[in-house]
Design a binder for this molecule. Structure first.
Ligand code: DGT
Ligand code: CA
Ligand code: CA
Ligand code: ZN
Length: 602
């Protein structure tokens, strides 16, 4: 079976890590960018190679001739000699080791050279034996951190981030739907509810005859093993490790089956109790009065039979949605296709893979009308963080670009570091010249709750801090959320008019759903951003962000970047409309700065 682009990207990424470990300049970034780009590329590399040779591969952005040749080598021989060379010098599982928080490529090499650590098992053994603490540049704290990281990686095992499975499962859904004899194929279970992590995939298929469908499922190229097979259900293991259950159901009971297998279990249980009180019975075949089915073809009919309006799958967690439905108080959830701007993106100015022009073009293709460039700032030296002078330079470039653009606006922004003490790493005057200031935690993740909360509140009280980016700083499967009093943050956001972000990058999803719900309930405004580091990432808000916002009961009005650019900017803190609400926090210079708040009559 030909390697998928994701597999190619993984090898390129591994090479980047090896090069990084050896302190080779520039090259690690080239490989990392190429990996990102290959991963995001629509056409399979294997097919491109077949159709157009190495030249075709070199058409992929950020894939130069040399890397294209290596991809071709990988696709034809299954290996890259260069990678083998690097691996022979430091024969370690660098990919696995660097998923542990506290272990970068250079640490990994040091651990190998001093202690022979080559994989997660030997890392754990070394940490448990207390041998890491004595190494130069490590110490007891790093050893503890590594142990925590290992425990965290283990605990997460078994559930995978939604973003790791959704594209593949959607693809399989489409292929099943196209099979002869199949009337419809639909994702159910936690993936349909868009839960942020997934235990296994569930797909329902309407077909008259189940056997041929199950044969085709077993023969899918991704399937490595059939775990179980019955008359209408088959469970398989995919090459990625994911389990997938496919059930074939008749049209007459499709709505009931879809409802049942979408879950959640808790939602289903509560609904069944309601049915019982009405003298009805609900199961995967329908809603029954005695032996007579009174609903089953559609989910809407199932709910209607219980005197309920349709409840969107994202809300079906038994966290009050059934009561709200009964009372006619379900929120009008934010819809797909309603976002008009993106407030967190990075470009080649720092650690993004694509130029500002390319990002703008891609954003326009997605139907957006504005985009804030929010490259990292000074303290993040390794990502070429901007200082005040660089931000000024960028500002000029953006002005020039905006003068050429019609119907699109690039906003001047920055992703400003919140320092340990809550101060920001860019001077207020420079912040005042920006359209949008995002503040974020990128260091000192381990502060105790009180200190962490005070730090964040201080940053949010800065009159220039418009948006608090990825508030809990978690990385799914890798870094736990910081210990932060979210209630205090939400109260402060409300008081100061600071917007909270739902970062839709698939390994972040931060704020997560239940935090969104709290923020929305408190009347705090949100934005849904991509945190894009490449053009392909700009679709994340639509792919993941909206769904998580829906899981947080957010309406369109709660999300500021559903508004046109002028209305969006007007809603940020310190705007004339807002000063009445938050008088104490905004000092005069912000609006008086002129450049910061130009009248946008264009
Ligand atoms: P997951 O796979 O852990 O991410 O979560 P789900 O929700 O996809 O759970 P899964 O795959 O075990 O089952 C799919 C759906 O089937 C589940 O959401 C509700 C339904 N279901 C499964 N087992 C039961 C059950 O024992 N009772 C009820 N009422 N529903 C069930
Ligand atoms: Ca499932
Ligand atoms: Ca399942
Ligand atoms: Zn960030």
């Amino acid at each position: 079976m030909a390697l998928a682009n994701a597999d190619v990207a993984r090898v390129l990424r591994e090479i980047a890590l090896f090069l990084d470990m050896e302190d080779v300049p520039f090259k690690p970034r080239s490989y990392e960018r190429a990996a990102q780009s290959v991963e995001a590329w629509d056409a399979p590399c294997a097919e491109m190679l077949q159709a157009g040779g190495v030249k075709a591969l070199a058409q992929i952005p950020d894939v130069g001739k040399s890397i294209a040749e290596k991809i071709a080598e990988l696709l034809t021989t299954g290996r890259i000699a260069y990678r083998e060379e690097l691996h022979a010098r430091t024969p370690i599982d660098v990919m696995a080791l660097t998923t542990i928080e506290g272990v970068g490529p250079k640490n990994a090499r040091a651990l190998y050279q001093a202690l022979g650590v080559a994989d997660l098992a030997s890392l754990e053994a070394a940490a448990r034996a207390g041998r890491i603490r004595d190494l130069p540049r490590f110490g007891e704290k790093s050893e503890e951190k590594i142990l925590r990281g290992l425990a965290f990686a283990r605990a997460g095992y078994g559930r995978v981030p939604l973003g790791d499975v959704l594209p593949l499962v959607r693809d399989i859904e489409a292929r099943l739907a196209a099979l002869p004899g199949v009337e419809r194929a639909t994702i159910a279970g936690s993936i349909r509810r868009r839960r942020e992590t997934v235990g296994d995939a569930d797909i329902l298929v309407i077909a008259r005859r189940a056997a041929p469908v199950m044969e085709r499922v077993a023969a899918l190229p991704e399937v490595v093993r059939v775990l179980a097979q019955g008359d209408t259900k088959i469970s398989v293991r995919l090459a990625t490790g994911l389990q997938m259950d496919v059930r074939v159901v008749p049209r007459a009971s499709f709505g009931a089956a879809l409802h049942y297998f979408t879950g959640s279990k808790a939602h289903n249980v509560t609904l069944r109790q309601i049915a019982i009180r009405k003298g009805l019975k609900v199961n995967e075949y329908g809603v029954f009065r005695g032996d007579t089915s009174i609903a089953g073809v559609t989910e809407e009919a199932v709910y209607a039979a219980l005197d309920l309006p349709y409840i969107p799958p994202e809300l079906r967690e038994d966290t009050g949605e059934i009561d709200a439905a009964r009372a006619g108080r379900l929120p009008a959830l934010i819809e797909h296709g309603t976002l008009r701007g993106d407030l967190q993106t990075q470009t080649t100015w720092t650690d993004g893979a694509d130029t500002l022009e390319a990002m703008v073009a891609a954003a326009r293709r997605l139907g957006l009308a504005y985009l804030a460039v929010t490259d990292h700032t000074r303290d993040l030296a390794m990502t070429f963080g901007a200082d005040e002078a660089k931000l000024r330079e960028q500002g000029k470039t953006i002005d020039a670009l905006n003068a050429r653009l019609r119907g699109f606006r690039v906003l001047k922004g920055a992703e400003v570091n919140i320092r340990k003490d809550g101060s920001l790493d860019i001077a207020d005057e420079a912040l005042a010249a920006l359209d949008v200031v995002g503040v974020a935690i990128h260091s000192h993740f381990g502060l105790p709750r009180a200190e962490m909360t005070a730090r964040v509140l201080r940053a949010m009280r800065n009159p220039h801090a418009d948006i608090f980016f990825h508030p809990t700083a978690r990385v799914l499967g890798k870094r736990e959320p910081v210990d932060l009093d979210l209630d205090a943050v939400i109260a402060c956001a409300r008081e100061t008019g600071t917007v909270l972000e739902l970062d839709a990058y698939p390994t972040r999803l931060d704020l997560r759903d239940d935090h969104v719900r709290k923020a929305v309930a408190a009347g705090v405004k949100l934005v849904i951003d991509s945190d894009a580091h490449a053009t392909a990432h700009l679709s994340y808000p639509e792919m993941y962000g909206i769904d998580q916002a829906r899981r947080g009961w957010a309406t369109r009005d709660d999300v500021l970047n559903t508004r046109p650019v002028d209305a969006f900017l007007a809603a940020l803190k310190g705007r004339p409309e807002q000063t009445a609400r938050a008088p104490s926090t905004r000092s005069a210079p912000r609006t008086a700065a002129g450049r910061r708040r130009p009248k946008r009559a264009r």
